[in-house]
Design a binder for this molecule. Structure first.
Ligand code: BG6
Ligand code: MG
Length: 219
């Protein structure tokens, strides 16, 4: 077993699958109904944030104050629209190279876990045929604090019995990179190095990215 790398925790949305476009469509539709402007930059800010935090952000933007029951109804509607798109997902939507990396890690004795804010994570893993590829799944159903709080990753590492310092997190969201840093993890940003500059290093995608490269780039 490698001393500095004993576990990897993968975020789901934006790392394993590109569901941000589905969230964007559903939040845009809701915002339109509420007559609140919502654009791609807003969607970017919501990456990694829980469903309720995302709704609160939109309501704040529109200076709209609503009671709890109404908020729950709005979130349910948004989620229905989101699920209408997600239900069509197949393994073809997996990020190229990510499953190969997960398999390589597990074959080398490195534990692999999921650390996602999404309550739809189990369904998406199932539709993409990768539910059985994780040693632990921590998602929006089992956490109380949203990223940038490190709870989701700390729970994952604790269940795996690996200290954060020997666990690498893969994240596409600024809030997720912050969560990993807050928890004492090493973190690989997946996406643009401009927005994810706080990560230990950034990869554009998983194509051709191997465990050997991960090890060579870890401090
Ligand atoms: C995160 C996404 O993974 O999950 C966010 O990046 C999303 O955009 C959050 O709001 C919660 O997702 P869900 O599926 O529980 O509404
Ligand atoms: Mg993400």
């Amino acid at each position: 077993m490698n001393e500095k790398l004993q576990a990897c925790l993968f975020d789901l949305d934006g790392v394993i699958v590109d569901t941000a476009k589905y969230h964007f469509k559903a939040w845009s539709r809701l915002s339109e109904e509420l007559v609140i402007p919502f654009d791609a930059a807003d969607n970017e800010r919501l990456k990694g944030r829980s469903r309720v935090d995302s709704l609160e952000y939109i309501l704040r933007k529109g200076s709209l104050v609503l009671d709890n029951d109404t908020k729950v109804k709005l979130m349910d509607r948004k989620n229905e629209w989101y699920l209408d798109q997600v239900k069509q997902m197949t393994p073809s939507e997996l990020a190229p190279g990510v499953v190969e990396l997960m398999d390589e890690l597990r074959a080398a004795g490195v534990k692999v876990g999921l650390g996602s804010s999404s309550r739809n994570a189990p369904l998406i893993l199932d539709l993409c045929g990768i539910s059985n590829r994780f040693d632990v799944v921590v998602d929006g159903n089992s956490i109380t604090l949203s990223k940038p709080d490190p709870e989701v990753f700390l729970k994952g590492a604790e269940t795996l019995g690996v200290p954060p310092s020997r666990t690498v997190v893969f994240e596409d969201a600024v809030s997720g990179v912050e969560a990993a840093i807050n928890g004492g993890f090493q973190v690989v940003g997946v996406g643009s190095s401009d927005s994810l500059s706080q990560a230990d290093f950034v990869i554009a995608d998983f194509e051709g990215f191997s465990m050997a490269e991960l090890l060579s780039r870890l401090s």
